[in-house]
Write a protein that binds this ligand. Structure first.
Ligand code: AKB
Length: 340
């Protein structure tokens, strides 16, 4: 047995999900170890038992954390997103695949020394899907987890492979001597585009929705890089964090798979812009599609079938599109930008 302090590791702690998740984990009493390539945000630092600035490709650094802490769960959020990945595909592969493998190795080492499986939460993405053309996209409807898995971006390929690595470590990697369990209990959500009142994402392709909103709140013009009629599934950040916590704590026996779709609403970019204008009547929004980014969103499904998540672990988003604006985004961005 070990005398190390039990803790939960969050990689990519400064990112969109990390911000909210660190708060939620700390509020629930977890000893959070926050890791990011940049200095951990001042607001998050006091909530953490430890913070570490470092690169997930540095396995020595991860091992040193593993010597200090007994990781019971890993929330591996660090990733290089879809648009950025198309400009630096080899770097995306290193960060998204080798980085994930390093975290899985760390989980195995933690499990081997504690004798208990480590729960590994992996945010996958609708980018894992790849739909060949607009005709197929229209016919596909709400896509299920096992359909259209031919991603067209490096990030999507990386996420899909990350899911397979997790399945391998959960079901096929050598068992812990202690009780014949496998060392990693991998659970993954294919997130839709996420919209947060507190953070503006960077490097993604679904970023147009949060960018429109934040630009309008700051009183800046915004030219949307996808066509007005393109539709994608989205979700408010509080529902995304609730979902990741619900999946993390669901009894293993209730899970019929290692990867789940979730969704909440699927507006077109034009419908989203109309709501931004309703709440910020002076918003200057226009559409100026970019060929690469338009092609990426066209390869993702217009909506997802999340019935497995609803059945297995009770997923049910609290925020529809209007409530997301009226009760979460608009009050949140007004606070953030000091708007009366
Ligand atoms: C991206 O646009 O790359 C991400 C995602 C959908 O995973 N937001």
């Amino acid at each position: 047995m070990t005398s190390r302090k039990p803790a939960v590791l969050v990689t990519g702690a400064n990112g969109e999900i990390g911000h909210s998740l660190v708060r939620r984990l700390a509020a629930g009493g977890a000893n959070v170890v926050a890791l990011d390539v940049r200095e951990i945000d001042a607001a998050c630092k006091p909530l953490c038992s430890a913070t570490q600035v470092g690169d997930i490709l540095d396995f020595g650094m991860l091992q040193r954390l593993g010597v200090e802490f007994e990781f019971t769960s890993v929330f591996h959020l660090a990733a290089l997103l879809s648009t950025r990945g198309e400009f630096q595909p080899e770097l995306a592969h290193r960060v998204n695949v080798e980085g994930t493998l390093n975290l899985l190795r760390l989980a195995v080492e933690s499990a081997s020394s504690s004798g208990k499986a480590v729960t590994f939460l992996f945010p996958s993405s609708i980018a894992a899907y790849g739909i060949a053309d607009p005709k197929q996209r229209a016919a596909a409807g709400r896509v299920r987890e096992d359909e259209h898995l031919a991603p067209q971006t490096m990030y999507g390929c990386n996420k899909l492979y990350g899911e397979h690595l997790g399945r391998y470590y959960t079901h096929h990697y050598r068992r812990l001597a202690a009780d014949q369990q496998h060392p990693v209990d991998f659970r993954s959500i294919r997130f839709p585009g996420l919209i947060s009142a507190d953070t503006v994402p960077s490097g993604g392709t679904s970023d147009y929705a949060p960018e429109m909103l934040h630009a309008a709140a700051r009183g800046e013009p915004y030219a949307c890089y996808v066509r007005e009629d393109i539709r994608l599934p989205f979700m408010a950040m509080p529902d995304a964090v609730d979902a990741i916590m619900a999946l993390a704590t669901a009894p293993r026996a209730s899970l019929s798979t290692h990867v789940y779709n979730i969704g909440a609403f699927a507006p077109s970019a034009g419908e989203f812009a109309a709501l931004v204008r309703e709440f910020f009547p002076k918003a200057e929004l226009s559409f100026s599609p970019d060929v690469l980014r338009q092609a990426i969103v066209e390869s993702w499904p217009a909506d997802v079938d999340d019935s497995r998540a609803r059945r297995d672990w009770g997923f049910k988003p609290a925020y529809d599109l209007r409530r997301t604006f009226s009760e979460y985004l608009v009050p949140g961005v007004r606070r953030r930008y000091g708007i009366a």
